[in-house]
Ligand binder design. Structure first.
Ligand SMILES: *Cc1c(COP(=O)(O)O)cnc(C)c1O
Length: 226
């Protein structure tokens, strides 16, 4: 009896209500927290339903999939904002700069330099966030926490970039709170306003620890189907 549209609209309403509740529990305004709908590996009918529900900010992991999802839809929704939340390879940097409004995964000098060159060439300047590997997991992208300050300084001075925030993905098997707290400290001491933290399982915790942007996939769209 329920359509994809109704289901998606209801899920979004629920997530927004949970965001508002978590915000107010720590004296923050719901409007200070931005919901990024993570649309990787989601079918077209759900993407369209999410747009119909009013969602305009989307996160994608891969440049190529993001192009497939959004290149045409973008013309229909001029207020769409696309955020790259997955690791970026140098050979995809130009495509990423051309498509995304925000790149959340700047994490090494080489990609910073390549992005700076692509931005110059295309005359387009997506907002940049520095990804921090707060759990220092070898398989995960991100700059190590103790190297973060120097890295942020270096990309400002060497490449002329002006990062606006930080993001992290805490280890799956640890409480996320301490990771969010560490990320917030790094943001604060480097004068960075955007804190991208929290996914379906822990976005309320992230909000309590200061996240300004939460990246929610399965809680919004339903499970990813491959
Ligand atoms: C997939 C993904 C998300 C969303 O994950 P859910 O658990 O489905 O909410 C958020 N952030 C990143 C970096 C992701 O890769």
């Amino acid at each position: 009896m329920h359509s994809v549209e109704d289901e998606i609209a209801q899920r979004r309403k629920d997530v927004l209500a949970r965001i508002a509740k978590a915000a107010s529990s720590v004296g923050r305004q719901a409007g200070d927290i931005t919901l990024t709908a993570v649309s990787k590996v989601q079918p077209d009918d759900r993407l369209n339903a999410m747009l119909s529900a009013g969602q305009r900010i989307f996160g994608e992991n891969r440049v190529q999939e993001a192009q497939q999802h959004w290149s045409e839809r973008r013309a229909l929704y001029p207020d769409l904002k696309l955020r790259l939340i997955g690791p970026l390879q140098s050979n995809k940097a130009e495509d990423a700069v051309a498509l995304f409004d925000v790149i959340e995964t700047v994490d090494r000098p080489k990609i910073a330099r390549t992005l700076a060159q692509a931005m110059e060439k295309l005359g387009r300047s997506p907002e940049l966030l520095v990804q921090v590997n707060t759990g220092e997991e070898p398989q995960k992208s991100g700059i190590a926490p103790r190297e973060a300050d120097a890295f942020i300084q270096a990309i400002r001075t060497e490449f002329g970039l002006s990062p606006v925030g930080v993001m992290c993905i805490p280890p799956a098997d640890e409480p996320a709170g301490p990771h969010f707290a560490l990320l917030r400290k790094i943001a604060d001491r480097n004068g960075l306003a955007q804190i991208s933290a929290g996914m379906s399982n822990d976005f309320e915790t992230a909000i309590r620890f200061g996240a300004t942007h939460v990246r929610v996939g399965s809680a919004l769209f339903g499970d990813r189907v491959n």
